[in-house]
Design a protein around this ligand. Structure first.
Ligand SMILES: Cc1ncc(C[n+]2csc(CCOP(=O)(O)OP(=O)(O)O)c2C)c(N)n1
Ligand SMILES: [Mg+2]
Length: 251
């Protein structure tokens, strides 16, 4: 199924995706995940929430708060730190003096695992274990997946300005997709023809998603006021009018 995110309001978000609408304020998603997990626990539902953030996000207070709540309330949540070595141009070593991010779990009483993020089967195994623990009422797990951001952060980013090409080459050799392909080919679980077919299908799906996204109108800039609270206080109504005045002035 292809979803277009650009023009979607939270009310349009497909519940069957079991994903929250993405948000831009880095780190807060970990709090949302813990909140969802706590809600499921209170409601007696067997759900497990998963929150994923980057190495850079771990420097935000929200991630520590999320870990603390997860530990104290034994929330059925898996908190994953995808450590890809960079937060735009900021290297991993500037995020924390700790040897790894997984070690943070101990301080919050949250069991943690450090896994090779480029080993698909290892990540699957560790995630499965964490989800099973949460489902069995054994509380949260922190997982650090060690990987690397091969490409640029965004199309506006130029990584040649801040990092060494040799570092990229070294990680290219550990490409998780190439590695898993090799594993499956060697065991005759996958053929070259099947890979070709799969790649063509994926490309088609991406092209379709881009088309849908590009043809979807932007959200109204003030629409978030509709989803923040049940009723807008006079102060919020003023802020909404102010925002619209500002947007209209800018044309
Ligand atoms: C609170 C906050 N600060 C800054 C930004 C701008 N920003 C967007 S992505 C990014 C780097 C994120 O790095 P990391 O957490 O390592 O995730 P990665 O993109 O490497 O997966 C920053 C600083 C933001 N979106 N939110
Ligand atoms: Mg990163």
């Amino acid at each position: 199924m292809t979803y277009s995110f650009r023009g979607m309001t939270p009310a349009d978000w497909p519940a069957e995706s079991h994903c929250l609408p993405y948000q831009i304020v880095i780190g807060t998603q970990m709090l949302h995940a813990v909140g969802l997990a706590m809600a499921a626990k209170i409601a007696g539902e067997p759900a497990v929430a998963v929150g994923v953030c980057g190495d850079g996000a771990t420097s935000e207070g929200d991630v520590s708060e999320a870990l603390n709540f997860a530990g104290v309330f034994q929330a059925p949540v898996v908190l994953v730190v995808q450590n890809n070595g960079w937060a735009i141009s900021v290297p991993r070593k500037k995020q924390s003096a700790a040897q790894n991010f997984a070690s943070r779990g101990a301080g919050f009483g949250v069991p943690a695992e450090l896994v090779d993020g480029n080993d698909i089967l290892a990540v699957y195994e560790v995630m499965n274990r964490a989800v099973e623990r949460a489902r069995a009422g054994q509380g949260p797990t922190l997982i650090e997946t060690l990987t690397y951001r091969i490409g640029a952060h965004t199309t506006a980013d130029d990584p040649t300005r801040y990092r060494d090409a040799a570092e990229i080459e070294e990680w290219q050799r550990k490409d998780p997709v190439a590695r898993f392909q090799k594993f499956l080919l060697q065991r005759d679980l996958l053929s070259e023809a099947e890979i070709e077919k799969m790649l063509a299908g994926i490309e088609e799906e991406i092209n379709q998603a881009v088309e849908v996204a590009e043809s979807t109108p932007n959200m109204a800039p003030d629409s978030f006021f509709d989803y923040m609270s049940a009723d807008l206080t006079p102060r919020l109504q003023e802020q909404r009018a102010d925002l619209l005045r500002h947007v209209n002035q800018k044309g």
